[in-house]
Write a protein that binds this ligand. Structure first.
Ligand code: BTN
Length: 255
């Protein structure tokens, strides 16, 4: 993966791209850069991570073959709701996988991308709040299992994880990164119009399904019925009442 190859295919001006072989976590690395004044649009990419972070304090296993990328955003957060960034990113990832591989990914509310019923990518957005309670910056962390790792996935994830490609392909990384950055910034530039939202709804495979909702240490059985305009999941409880979730995790009941 070469910086020039990535930059030459970008449709947007970004501040800088830092390419690393291995890092603890691209999110943590970028956080340090942000504290040292890195500009909006700085991107860190690594071939592997030793302490990749997932949502809810989980580890994100990050072997070679995957793409681990973080984008620094420092916009005026009063202008829009930062919680839209995770679903927007999920659509950007899903569209990129479709463009590059011809496959049809799906999204699992709120931040997972799936291929053929297995997880292929995850997103971890982390924000920093300043002393006035405003979001100072946002780090958008994206992990994609682009190529199946040599020796396969680790035992704990081999039944639930998949990769976009089975075979090593050296050119695919730069192509994928350029397309991903283009797709991300395309949706981000139009965040006020929420152009990603219809795709987010259409690609979400939880809608209409019976799910278990893990929310605030509670597990609820419910039916996922809708994703509202703020990307919150609306579920119907057994007593037919509706509950709107802005965070949490859903598991399909038959899984
Ligand atoms: C999840 O599926 O739980 C979210 C996974 C997010 C992983 C990405 S990889 C790049 C960035 N750096 C991290 O440590 N995590 C995110």
């Amino acid at each position: 993966m070469k910086k020039e190859e990535i930059l030459s295919n970008l449709e947007f001006d970004i501040s800088d791209i830092v390419l690393l072989d291995s890092v603890t976590s691209t999110n943590d690395y970028l956080k340090k850069l942000a504290l040292n004044g890195a500009k909006d649009g700085t991107i860190v990419i690594a071939k592997s991570q030793t302490k990749g972070k997932g949502t809810k304090g989980r580890t994100f296993i990050s072997k070679e073959g995957g793409l681990y990328l973080s984008i620094l955003l420092k916009p005026d957060f009063r202008a829009f709701d930062a919680t839209l960034i995770t679903p927007l990113t999920a659509v950007a990832v899903s569209e990129t996988i479709a463009q590059i591989s011809g496959k049809t990914p799906q999204i699992k509310w709120v931040n997972d991308v799936y291929l053929e019923d297995k997880k292929v990518a995850g997103i971890l957005c982390e924000s920093s709040i300043d002393s006035a309670g405003k979001t100072a910056y946002l780090i958008v962390g994206i992990g994609v299992n682009l190529i199946k790792p040599k020796g396969g996935f680790d035992d704990e994830i081999c039944d639930i994880a998949t990769a976009v490609f089975e075979e090593e392909n050296t050119e695919i990384f730069s192509q994928f990164v350029s397309a991903l950055i283009n797709n991300f910034y395309n949706f981000y530039a139009q965040i006020d119009n929420k152009t990603f939202l219809e795709k987010y709804r259409r690609q979400n495979f939880v809608l209409g399904k019976e799910v278990l909702v893990l929310n605030n240490n509670q597990t609820l059985t419910a039916k996922a019925v809708w994703i509202d305009d703020n990307c919150r999941l609306v579920v119907e409880l057994p007593d037919k009442s509706l509950k709107t979730l802005s965070s949490g995790e859903v598991i399909l009941k038959n899984d």
